[in-house]
Design a binder for this molecule. Structure first.
Ligand code: ATP
Ligand code: MG
Length: 183
């Protein structure tokens, strides 16, 4: 599954709708300090289900909603959609008929939040399952941020094993076993 497009509205510094198209090959994001490069990575991590506000560089999750500027009022909602192509057919069988898979997350200032898969409301768990074993999930290795290489090298063997299992494609089965044996 390759990232095709990212759509951001009201997330961090992106007040109006921004659509980023990812082409084949490597994508570089360049710009002056504070222009929002890291906010793009935060948006990707957030839509994939990140629950830790601090790892998104905020104090609380509400900090991801556009907080206003000199000329613009704060937003009431943040919405991010990540669109994958499914040409390699790596998505679970339920998505086989879809050429594109769109994952959306919304958060309102009231604290209410929504997750959607191809515009249909779903659970966070459904999104997590979609990404399991693809290397893309929020704990997986597709986002290597500052300090992550050091973390992997210094990690305890059990923690490092998580990444190896994800690459080997057994994460999903372990998660299902855990759910099945839970009392
Ligand atoms: P650097 O090159 O220094 O790493 P960057 O391009 O990665 O910079 P970001 O960290 O992505 O920059 O963006 C920081 C900007 O985003 C700051 O100006 C900050 O005020 C703005 N910002 C973050 N959260 C919000 C929010 N909730 N509402 C409005 N602006 C926000
Ligand atoms: Mg940055």
């Amino acid at each position: 599954m390759k990232i095709k497009r990212l759509e951001i509205i009201g997330f961090k510094s992106f007040v109006d709708k921004v659509v980023l198209d990812f082409q084949q090959g490597v994508t570089g994001v360049v710009g002056p300090n504070g222009c929002g490069k890291s906010n793009i990575v935060d948006a990707i991590r957030w839509v994939m289900g990140e629950q830790n506000a601090r790892s998104l560089r905020g104090k609380s999750m509400e900090d991801v909603i556009f907080g206003g500027s000199e000329t613009r009022k704060p937003h009431g909602m943040a919405e991010v959609s990540l669109i994958f192509d499914n040409e390699d057919g790596l998505a679970p069988p339920a998505f086989a008929e879809y050429a594109e898979i769109m994952v959306t997350r919304r958060l309102y200032r009231s604290g209410e939040s929504d997750y959607l898969l191809n515009k249909t409301p779903c659970r966070l768990l459904d999104i997590a399952e979609l990404f399991m074993d693809t290397g893309v999930g929020r704990r997986a290795y597709s986002i290597i941020e500052q300090g992550k290489i050091g973390f992997i090298l210094n990690a305890k063997p059990e923690d490092r094993r998580f990444l190896i299992e994800e690459a080997a494609g057994v994460t999903k089965f372990k998660a299902r076993k855990k759910t099945a044996t839970r009392k």
